[in-house]
Design a protein around this ligand. Structure first.
Ligand SMILES: [Cu+2]
Length: 127
């Protein structure tokens, strides 16, 4: 009976520590930098981050975007995950819907694009 109580308390303490650790990590990587998406384009086509920061991609209108690593070269989609880039693949469709992308831990220039809209490119510069 007593042992069960002690075990329960240890388990509770562990869970609390884990939650606390997660929230600290999120706070450290959030830069507050946003890249807004319009109906068929990036409103912000270029963002600059410091190493270790993330960028929040925000759908400003109710438009479906599928964002992944790569770029549009004219009307040709060129998927590519650059060395040091986080793997990105998600779909948003609701107004105000957002996704955190990162952290970017390597300095360089990285590209994301929307597979739905030709020419919808985002350049991310990490310093
Ligand atoms: Cu799109």
């Amino acid at each position: 009976m007593y042992k069960k109580l002690v075990f329960g308390m240890i388990a509770f303490a562990l869970v609390t520590v884990l939650f606390a650790a997660c929230s600290i990590k999120e706070g450290a990587t959030a830069s507050g930098i946003e890249a807004k998406m319009g109906s068929s384009n990036f409103i912000d086509t270029k963002v600059t981050l410091k190493k270790g920061e993330s960028v929040t991609l925000v759908d400003e209108v109710a438009s479906l975007h599928t964002i992944t690593n790569g770029t549009w070269d004219g009307s040709q989609a060129k998927p590519a995950v650059e060395a040091g880039a986080p793997q990105v693949h998600f779909t948003v469709s609701g107004k105000g819907e957002s996704r955190n992308v990162g952290p970017f831990t390597t300095a360089g220039t990285f590209h994301l694009y929307c597979t739905v809209h030709p020419g919808m490119n985002l350049e991310i510069i990490v310093q």
